[in-house]
Structure formats: C-alpha cells, structure tokens
Design a protein around this ligand. Structure first.
Ligand code: P6P
Length: 335
C-alpha cells in the first residue's frame, strides 16, 4: 500500500490496477478539473460564480451558474486529450460527442459536475462525482453506450469541496483519499485505505419527507429514533448535508447509512427515486462497496441494475453494512 504523502500522480504510477497510461492520464485530467473547480468554489462570490443561471436542466431543476461552469470545465479539460470517447452529465440532455477534430479515446466519462449545488450560495458542502467505463467499439458512442451497469465501472470517484478539498477514488481494489495541497496545487495521499465500519448509529435522510415514506423506511427510522429502548437497542444520531458527496464522505470516514428512498410522492410523479443511477448512485455505490459497505435500492444491489436511460433515477440506501442489511430485510418483509 502506498504511503501517505505521495501525490496522485505517484500513486497512479505505482498502482497496479491503473496499468494503463491513458487511464492514469484521464484521472490526472479529472484532478486538474477538480482543482480548478475547488478554486472557484473557494472564491465564491469573489469569482462571480454564485447564484442562479436562470435556466433549468434536463431534470427540470434550476441550474446554478456554477453547475454550467463546472460542466464546461470538464468538457474543456477532457475533450481534446484523446482519452475519452464521449461525455455524459447531469447537465446535458444527451451525451456530448467528442468533436471530429479531436481523437477519441477508449473511456466514457459520466459525471455530476456540481453535486449539491443548492448549497453553493450558502457555502455548504458541494462536490463533483464521476464514473469511468469503457467504450469497446471504434465507432463514436451513442447514448446507449453509456448505459452500463455499475459493475462495469473501471474507476469511480468524487471531489468534495469543503473545509478541505478531497479527491476520493477507487480503481476496483480499495478506496484512496487525497487532500488538495493548495500550496503545491496537487492532491496528496492522506487516506490510503478508506473503509466503512459495518456498524453505525448515524443515519442520513431528509426527514421533511417522512409523510411520504413507504412502510419499511418509516419502520426503520422509527426504530432508530426509538433509541436504546427501541428494536435496534441503541441511540442514533442524524446528519443530512444536502449534498450526497458530503454525506458519503462522512460515511467513508466514520460509518453511517445514507438514504434517499422511493416514496409515495415520487410514485405519483412516475419517478423511481430522486438520485440518478449513472452519475450518483453507481460511482458512490462502487466506492462504498470497495470500502466494505453495502449499496442497495431496498430491492436490488445498485451496481447490478441494467440502466435504461442516461438520467434514470433509483432509490438509494448505502453505507454501513449492518444497517443497510436491516433496511433491506424490512423491505423484504414489506413492513
Ligand atoms: P434534498 C443534491 O441535489 C442531491 O442530488 C444530492 O446530492 C443530495 O443528497 C440530495 O439531492 C438532496 O436532496 O431533497 O434533501 O434537497
């Protein structure tokens, strides 16, 4: 295992799962994009990047200026490198084809350029989430080529923009965390092997929607708040960052269960959840599983889902195995 203190480049050079120069180079490109975004987030109003963009994305969500800027940064830093065959993101209806003047590479990069952007104007945690899969064909990809199950990811990661900016990645053999050294303008390995404790007493859910929850979720949260005298027999704490990156990072550091379940409100709207499979649930699910946790919808493992569209939504339960397993059992008993 690499010692803390190595830079991301040194880590990738020596990481056997990263035996492809083009994958190492793509991760270096992603790191540069995250450093640029970290600087913009950190400067906030001074950089003139706060506030609404005055338009909606394909999800019908109000876009922040920084959502669009972040998406453009990723496109600009990756489209001409010859490492990617195509890009897809939360902010684009369809995939972004690599312009004809640039050589295509073998990787498909799917990303949420600025997760938790509703936090940006109040200086809360935000992040970038990314997922890398392969495009086997020589021909240019189409949208359907991005529809690969989470098990096909060759790399997944996020960059958290918070007190420190941290890049956390997995290449399929563990999870490594890098802290941005602003003096060196480089990510430095600080968390060589992140793991999720199997037990926890901390849950993350937006409790404002409790009236809409289905029976298994209502049963679980009631059991948590019942504390020592409840069916789980221990007192619980609650956290909700409003940014999946912020919540999942906390869980990778100290355990917990993150929940964005399907609820009756979504069912009425014909939705399968809030969070998106390809650029939120899959990359975070790979990180959580690689760190020894569990990533589930309540009915199936997230990484086993065969995607049916770029912006497919899924229910999300992920984190400490014991608690996720408990919620899965409540779903199996459907009560
Ligand atoms: P709510 C951010 O918009 C996001 O996609 C996730 O990062 C976050 O966990 C969730 O939605 C927050 O949703 O309904 O609490 O605002």
């Amino acid at each position: 295992m690499m010692q803390a203190g190595s830079t991301l480049d040194e880590f990738l050079e020596q990481h056997e799962a990263c035996d492809r120069e083009d994958l190492r180079a793509l991760l270096a490109d992603i790191a540069v994009a995250c450093i640029d975004l970290s600087d913009l987030v950190r400067r906030g109003e001074l950089a003139g990047v706060l506030g609404a963009a005055g338009q909606e994305n394909v999800q019908g969500e109000e876009q922040k200026k920084l959502d669009i800027i972040a998406n453009d940064v990723f496109i600009e830093l990756t489209q001409a490198t010859g490492r990617v065959a195509g890009l897809a993101s939360e902010e684009m209806d369809n995939h972004y084809p690599i312009p004809a003047q640039h050589k295509r590479g073998r990787y498909l990069l799917t990303f949420d350029p600025l997760d938790g952007s509703s936090n940006i104007d109040v200086n809360g945690a935000t992040g970038t989430i990314f997922s890398i899969t392969e495009h086997a064909a020589e021909t240019a990809p189409v949208d359907d080529d991005f529809l690969q199950s989470g098990r096909k990811q060759v790399c997944a990661g996020y960059c958290l923009y918070s007190s420190a900016s941290m890049l956390v990645i997995t290449l399929g053999d563990g999870v490594a965390g890098f802290t941005l050294d602003n003096k060196r303008n480089a990510f430095v390995l600080t968390h060589p092997s992140m793991s999720v404790p199997s037990a926890t007493n901390e849950f993350a859910i937006n409790a404002a929607y409790s009236e809409h929850w289905q029976a298994p979720v209502k049963r679980y949260i009631s059991a948590c708040v019942a504390g020592k005298n409840g069916p789980i027999g221990k007192a619980f704490n609650m956290r909700w960052a409003g940014s999946m990156v912020g919540d999942i990072h906390r869980i990778l550091c100290r355990g917990g269960i993150f929940m964005y379940p399907l609820d009756e409100r979504m069912i009425k709207e014909g939705k399968q959840g809030k969070l998106r499979l390809l650029y939120e649930a899959n990359p975070m699910g790979m990180l959580i599983e690689q760190a020894g946790g569990m990533a589930h919808t309540g009915l199936v493992s997230i990484l086993d889902i065969a995607p049916d569209n770029l912006h497919q939504r899924v229910p999300v339960l992920m984190g400490s195995k014991e608690e996720v397993q408990r919620v899965v059992e409540y779903h199996a008993n459907n009560k």
